[in-house]
Design a binder for this molecule. Structure first.
Ligand code: GLN
Length: 445
């Protein structure tokens, strides 16, 4: 009730929620109280949280931030939603996001931009901007996001919270509306690494309904949180400290790294030589997958349908023209182009080859060091409306995107401020080292 009151009071200004489920939340909380009274409470029983509006929920609409899905109610729950409900959490609603998770500032939402609670003139980051802002504003203690190229880590950094993108395949994508299927991964966003560990323990695990979800045991991610960091080998990728990095962000990140040294870690420079190809490769692969995934929105089966179509082609054309926003259309065009005959080898196939090299860069680095550290984003949160050029927006993701191409896990943890705006330290590990990343972040916090 307390949090629903805060949402009522504060979210008119912040706009972090698309849908608030007041009645369902109170009913679920009552059920959690009964579970607790019966002595059957687990660590998450009764925990209020919010779900990015990309996770399908039965009975509550799921918009993906798009006009296309404004009226869409899924007939089933996403696996993540199901697992979090089984763990006893209480969803307070669905958070705002860039349309179909395409964006870095939450300004691409059909439901309007979200404000950064630290500075209302600033963006919260994207695409999970609603989730990050809701946690930062104390509207919920935790939220779930998705990360295709940085959409958990960058908004976590901009809003001064902790976010984790797990290894590709760690968490089921079933019922998560697909953007780029080979890159999308769900993860927790909360105040601390410890909270993220509790959430990930409940979210992760094999799912027969997602063939890319890995059959691998789920540890209790809180178990290693207290392991001392003496002897930890930290690598600083040279390419993450170069041109374009805001000096205040660099200072905050370097100060954080000194804290790890004081805890007994050693630091050395490493190189990820193909870093500068990550954005071009991503902006071929992600739109290609998106153009394919979004072909299902044809006005026939679900989603927006235009009025009075004269024939089938008119139905497709006008439903899609009216339902999708500009950025989504831009990506469908790019993806359709790069997948078309005559361009496939030059763009899509080449990008996949580059992707393999980027992955190898990380594998080579992890032969030498345990974790990599650097900034989550080259700048702190920018002003709403300040970044109008799509390509300069794409460049925001320079430090986060390669991680998705490689499939490795990554976190952003709060590491001070640039003026009033938070800075995020990014911590990366090799595949399935989430427990280690959470441990490293926890020792810092
Ligand atoms: N900003 C990137 C994009 O627009 C990443 C978004 C994401 O991770 N979903 O595609």
């Amino acid at each position: 009730q307390h949090l629903l009151g805060r949402i009522d009071r504060l979210d008119g200004e912040l706009n972090s929620f698309i849908t608030v489920t007041f009645d369902q939340a109170l009913a679920t909380a009552d059920a959690a109280d009964k579970t607790r009274a019966a002595g059957k409470a687990g660590p998450l029983t009764g925990l209020p949280l919010a779900l990015k509006d990309i996770f399908c929920t039965r009975d509550v609409r799921t918009t993906a931030g798009s006009r296309m899905l404004d009226n869409f109610v899924s007939p089933y729950d996403a696996t993540v939603v199901e697992k979090l409900a089984t763990a006893g959490t209480v969803s307070l609603g669905k958070t705002n996001m860039d349309e179909f998770a395409m964006g870095s500032s939450n300004e691409n939402s059909h439901y309007g931009p979200v404000k950064n609670p630290w500075d209302l003139a600033a963006v919260p980051g994207g695409s999970s901007g609603g989730s990050a802002a809701a946690v930062a504003a104390g509207l919920v203690p935790a939220a779930i996001g998705t990360d295709t190229g940085g959409s958990i880590r960058q908004p976590a950094a901009f809003c001064g919270i902790t976010g984790l993108k797990p290894t590709y395949g760690r968490v089921s994508r079933y019922g998560m509306i697909a953007y780029a299927s080979s890159l999308d991964q769900a993860g927790p966003m909360a105040r601390t690494a410890e909270d993220c560990a509790l959430l990930l323990s409940a979210m992760a695990g094999h799912d027969l309904r997602d063939s890319t979800c890995v059959a691998r045991g789920v540890p209790d991610y809180t178990e290693e949180l207290d392991t001392p960091l003496a002897g930890l080998k930290i690598g600083l990728p040279r390419e993450y400290f170069g041109d374009g990095l805001d000096p205040q962000v660099e200072t905050a990140v370097r100060d954080a790294i000194k804290v790890f040294e004081s805890l007994g870690a050693s630091v050395r420079e490493v190189s990820l030589p193909h870093t500068h190809y990550a954005i071009p490769a991503y902006y071929v692969i992600a739109p290609a997958e998106a153009s394919s995934n979004l072909s299902r929105f044809d006005g026939v089966r679900f989603g927006h349908r235009c009025d009075a179509p004269v024939d089938l082609i008119d139905l497709y054309k006008r439903s899609r023209a009216e339902g999708f926003g500009d950025e989504v259309k831009r990506r469908i065009l790019i993806g359709t182009h790069t997948l078309s005959e005559g361009f496939f080898d030059a763009y899509y196939k080449k990008a996949q080859q580059v992707r393999r090299l980027i992955r190898q860069d990380f594998l080579d680095a992890f032969e030498e060091v345990d974790v990599l550290m650097g900034p989550a984003s080259p700048t702190p949160a920018f002003d709403l409306g300040a970044n109008k050029d799509p390509v300069s927006m794409y460049l925001q993701d320079i430090y986060t995107i390669a991680v998705n191409l490689a499939g490795i896990p990554g976190m952003s943890v709060p590491a001070g401020f640039a003026g009033r705006r938070p800075v995020g330290l990014q911590i990366l590990g090799s595949h399935f080292t989430e427990a280690r990343l959470l441990n490293v972040a926890h020792q810092f916090q």
